[in-house]
Design a protein around this ligand. Structure first.
Ligand SMILES: [Zn+2]
Length: 64
């Protein structure tokens, strides 16, 4: 098994997530990388979430 490839993929998605979070919080419209549906910012009790309608993107933001 090639762990370096795995680590690289994880780092990429981490950076991709950060980029998505930044854009959504800036009020820009961002598409889900998987299903191309618009991502939405949902806020519930003490939690912010960025998700698409299909649920393939589900990013939870820590709020303090
Ligand atoms: Zn999606």
């Amino acid at each position: 098994m090639d762990f370096s490839a795995l680590n690289k993929a994880t780092a990429n998605s981490f950076h991709q997530q950060k980029a998505i979070i930044k854009k959504v919080l800036a009020g820009k419209s961002v598409q889900c990388p998987s299903c191309k549906q618009p991502l939405q910012l949902n806020s519930s009790e003490k939690q912010l979430k960025i998700e698409c309608v299909k649920g393939c993107t589900d990013i939870q933001l820590e709020t303090e």
